[in-house]
Design a protein around this ligand. Structure first.
Ligand SMILES: Nc1ncnc2c1ncn2[C@@H]1O[C@H](COP(=O)(O)OP(=O)(O)OP(=O)(O)O)[C@@H](O)[C@H]1O
Ligand SMILES: [Mg+2]
Length: 260
């Protein structure tokens, strides 16, 4: 029997998130299980209110599940205290926000270098790494610009550089192109695709847009807090197990590249 060589970076096991609003309970996540692998660009797709952001926040260690297990890079997220969660995020994950969240009084280099200061890195080194990250997203000419002196697409590139500069194991993005026009959106998606594949990063992106989701390697569709579709389901099937269409899948015959 061929061994499945892929190692998950994120394991979600039977996770529930129930919000209590007075007497009412909202089952934002209603028993989700999934494995996400290194080098994957995954899109979480669903309509408004389906639970996408809740799911992302759980996987990013921004919030804890009501029930279930989330294991990221060997850490059980659901067991960490608030302060350990903060440390965990600093060390392992990067975020790209819809609203960029850049500091207006700082230029591009300073914005990108900022998260490195929390690691106690000296200024020269911080700036060198920030410059490299800005080059990677094609902003050579805008290093000294402040957010108000840049377009939305340029600001989002700064946002991406700020996530990349930490060299995180996983990058999470919640509707990262939500504020951009369609042309700039495609630019940013191509850029994210390129970076994930070149650097063997792992990117988890939330979107309500099926077309944007088509840029990802894999789509996980969610309705009312339940995963209803997952492109990878066939691949995760055990050796020789039958898939939905009756074919037998062995090892890496699911059609995707596996590192090594
Ligand atoms: N802090 C909270 N307190 C109570 N209910 C919440 C909270 N956060 C989310 N919910 C509820 O959980 C459900 C899922 O919300 P979530 O934000 O995950 O949806 P979403 O798929 O990201 O939607 P959108 O596309 O509109 O951002 C919704 O019914 C929402 O009202
Ligand atoms: Mg959301």
């Amino acid at each position: 029997m061929q061994e499945n060589r892929k190692k998950p970076v994120i394991q979600v096991k039977n996770v529930y998130k129930i919000f209590k609003l007075g007497e009412e309970k909202v089952r934002a996540l209603d028993g989700v299980s999934v494995n996400i692998y290194k080098g994957e660009f995954v899109a979480i797709v669903g309509t408004s209110g389906s639970g996408k952001s809740t799911f992302l926040n759980m996987m990013a260690g921004l919030d804890r599940p009501t029930r279930g297990e989330i294991i990221i890079a060997g850490h059980h997220i659901e067991k960490l205290s608030e302060s350990r969660l903060v440390d965990f995020r600093r060390e392992h994950v990067g975020f790209i926000f819809q609203a960029y969240n850049l500091l207006p009084q700082m230029n591009a280099i300073e914005n990108v270098a900022l998260p490195l200061s929390f690691r106690g890195m000296e200024k020269k080194k911080r700036e060198r790494l920030a410059v490299n990250a800005l080059k990677m997203v094609g902003l050579e000419k805008y290093m000294a610009h402040r957010p108000t002196e840049m377009s939305g697409g340029q600001q989002q590139r700064v946002g991406i550089a700020r996530a990349l500069v930490l060299d995180p194991q996983i990058i999470f993005a919640d509707e990262p192109t939500g504020n951009l026009d369609s042309h700039t959106t495609l630019d940013i998606l191509h850029l994210m695709q390129e970076i994930v594949h070149e650097k063997q990063q792992t990117l988890v992106m939330v979107t309500h847009d099926n077309h944007l989701a088509s840029f990802a390697d894999r789509r996980i569709r969610i309705i009312d807090g339940v995963i209803v579709d997952d492109d990878e389901a066939a691949e995760e099937a055990e050796d020789g197990e039958e898939t939905k269409d009756g074919k037998t899948v062995k090892g890496n015959e699911g059609g995707k590249d596996v590192p090594e």
